[in-house]
Design a protein around this ligand. Structure first.
Ligand code: NAD
Length: 319
């Protein structure tokens, strides 16, 4: 089995690559080759099965070389994140939408119906939302990023219906705690306010403590991406898109849990500086979901914010 991860040098891409190489098999087949594709270099330990490919997904010729007759599974994670796609409309359209279409077109051209897992986002929902988002709630994204992801989902569905791919699209909650440095996602602060204080640094929180978010840990996100790849085509029926289960949590609850785990001194490192640009984007995201379909399909959520913070400490901080 040959696998391609686009955006493989990103946060989720690298964790997914490590997990795949550690398992050694997926969909009942052993992993012969894992192509980690990105504009940026990935920080992954050398492995005879691993090939790091640097390139720009917006270039059709690059994608033509990347995907071959041998490609059995694609995790399409390459994207320009929410804040950046909002500020740079053209770049967001190129990477999030046109490159996704181009990738799907390459799959169609190959005619081998590879399995494809697409990372979508809850940012496809927005506007006048019902109190609880059900599986059938209409999409009404209020950002260019959300719109690009929504179109990507529709394309994954249609290319699957036409048997050009065996696609699956997951609406990921905001993933917390992200290791490393803040990025240009509007949600980046949700990780910063835990990650930085735990490492003796200050972090800015640009939204009010009462702000609530729908989140998932990196551990669960990777587990769910792998589960999506392994589900048989029949499990999906005529809808290849699912909103993942998550945890609805307020910023105040995150801070309280951090205080319980790490103490008062740590949470004093959070600086409360409201930013209307971020507040507007984050405030438009849905928080309360009834992810019945995802649960029935076997996708999982985290149990508590405390568990998520503990997992970050275990997985990412020096012992
Ligand atoms: N992390 C989250 O909270 C979250 C939430 C919802 C959805 N998602 C989606 O999950 C996926 C992975 O998220 P992440 O947090 O790992 O993001 P990330 O920004 O860490 O990774 C995305 C990767 O895509 C690469 N990329 C961007 N433009 C490219 C191009 N033109 N050619 C090749 N590579 C390019 C970037 O270099 C980066 O390494 C994304 O599609 C994102 O939209 C993430």
């Amino acid at each position: 089995m040959q696998i391609v991860i686009t955006g493989g040098a990103g946060f989720l891409g690298q964790q997914l690559a490590r997990m795949l190489l550690g398992r050694g098999q997926i969909m009942g087949r052993s992993i012969q080759k894992l192509f980690v594709f990105d504009t940026n270099p990935a920080q992954l330990a050398a492995d005879p099965r691993l090939e790091l490919v640097r390139g720009d997904i917006t270039d059709p010729q690059t994608v033509r070389t990347l995907l071959t007759d041998e490609t059995g599974l694609i995790f399409h994670l390459a994207a320009v994140v929410s804040g950046e796609a909002e500020q740079n409309f053209e770049l967001g359209m190129q990477v999030n939408l046109l490159a996704t279409l181009n990738l799907l077109e390459r799959c169609r051209e190959l005619g081998r119906q590879p399995r494809l897992v697409f990372a979508s986002s809850v940012a496809v929902f927005g506007g006048d939302l019902p109190p609880v988002i059900e599986d059938g709630t209409a999409l009404n994204p209020q950002s260019s990023y959300g719109t690009q992801k929504a179109v990507g989902e529709l394309l994954v569905n249609d290319y699957s219906r036409k048997n050009f791919i065996d696609g699956r699209a997951l609406r990921l909650p905001t993933i917390v705690v992200r290791p490393g440095k803040p990025n240009k996602a509007a949600s980046t602060f949700a990780s910063s306010i835990i990650r930085e204080p735990l490492q003796g640094q200050t972090a800015v929180c640009p939204v009010a403590p009462a702000t609530r978010m729908w989140i998932q840990s990196p551990r669960r996100a990777i587990e769910n991406l792998l589960h999506a790849a392994e589900l048989p085509p029949d499990a999906w029926g005529n809808n290849r898109v699912v909103a993942l289960p998550g945890l609805a949590v307020s910023i105040q609850e995150m801070v309280d849990s951090l205080q319980e785990i790490a103490g008062e001194k740590v949470i004093r490192r959070i600086l409360w500086q409201p930013d209307p640009f971020i507040e507007k984007i984050v405030g438009g995201w849905p928080v309360d979901f009834a992810p019945q379909r995802a649960l029935a399909l076997g996708f999982r959520a985290d149990h508590s914010i405390a568990e998520i913070i503990q997992a970050f400490i275990e997985d990412e901080l020096p012992k």
